[in-house]
Every structure is written in C-alpha cells, then in structure tokens.
Design a protein around this ligand. Structure first.
Ligand code: HEC
Length: 138
C-alpha cells in the first residue's frame, strides 16, 4: 500500500511539474500573442532600431515604434507580410538577404543582430506579426 501511495504521489508531482512548465511555455513562448511582441520582439527593436526608426526619427520613411508605423512601412512600401518572413522586407534586411543597397541591410554599417534575435523576429512575423494596439508607448 505504501508503495502504491508513493507511486501515485510521484505521478501527481510529475503531472504538476509538467503542467506548470506547459503553462509557462504557453505564456512566454507562443509567438502569436501581443505579450510575445512586448516581451521578446520590442526589446530587440528598441535596442537596435529605435534610434533611427523611433521617436522623431523615421529613416527610410519608417517608424518601428508604433503599430501604425510598422504596418504602414517605409519608402519602399510595407515591411511586414504577416505569416511570411521571407517576403517581409524587415526580416530580409536584418538577415542581410534583402537588396544589397537600396534599401541597405539593417542595422546599417553595423554588425548583424544576433541569430537568436533574428530568429525571434522571424518567428513573430511567421506567427502573424501580432502586436498590442498600444505598442506605441515606449
Ligand atoms: C543608424 C540608423 C539606422 C538603424 C540603427 C536602423 N536603421 Fe533601418 N533604415 C535606416 C535608413 C537610413 C534607411 C533607409 C535606407 C535606404 O533607403 O537605403 C532604413 C531603412 C529601413 C527599412 C526599409 C524601409 C523602406 O521602406 O525602404 C527597414 C525595413 C528597416 N530600416 C528596418 C530596420 C530595423 C529592423 C532595424 C533594427 C534592427 C534598423 N532598421 C536599424 C537607418 C537605420
């Protein structure tokens, strides 16, 4: 009997741990949520892009700081194709896969952002480029 109780306890403990991890992964790792944008994507853009594409700076006609700006795109048109990173100018430029000069790779004259950061942005676009309506607030 004691052995059965112990066995059942282990099973319950394993189930609880599994459930907790599942919940955590769900919350922070699902790229199709506004939270994914604010916690994972926006910090990358803020650190690497806002100084030229945020505030009063709209280099290339592009603001990345507001949802409206992201959706409007820049001088060359839309920069995001939700669900299709390979067709999204923003992703192609940070992967240095875009046109060689016009527009130039981003960030310009700096090293590529890290592969991990590129992967996060690609996953976010793949999942639909979902961002909260108030992403305008820095
Ligand atoms: C040092 C300033 C600077 C930084 C930092 C910078 N950009 Fe740019 N960006 C520019 C300029 C200037 C252009 C216009 C380039 C051109 O037309 O050749 C541009 C153009 C673009 C365009 C194309 C807009 C269009 O329609 O032509 C995209 C997309 C873009 N940037 C994304 C980013 C992203 C994403 C980051 C951060 C990883 C970033 N940029 C960082 C200066 C910057």
């Amino acid at each position: 009997m004691r052995r059965i109780v112990a066995g059942v306890s282990v099973l319950i403990a394993a189930w609880v741990v599994w459930g907790l991890q599942g919940g955590r992964v769900e919350a922070s790792d699902n790229a199709a949520t506004p939270e994914f944008y604010t916690t994972q994507v926006q910090p990358i853009l803020r650190a690497n892009c806002y100084r030229c594409h945020g505030g009063f700076n709209h280099r290339g006609g592009l603001s990345l700081q507001t949802r409206a700006g992201m959706l409007k795109g820049g001088h060359d048109g839309p920069v995001l194709v939700p669900g299709d990173p390979a067709k999204s100018l923003l992703v192609r430029l940070i992967r240095h896969e875009g046109p060689a000069n016009d527009p130039m790779p981003m960030p310009p004259k700096s090293p590529k952002i890290s592969d991990a950061d590129i992967a996060i942005i690609s996953r976010w676009v793949q999942a639909g480029a979902i961002m909260p309506a108030d992403a305008a607030q820095p």
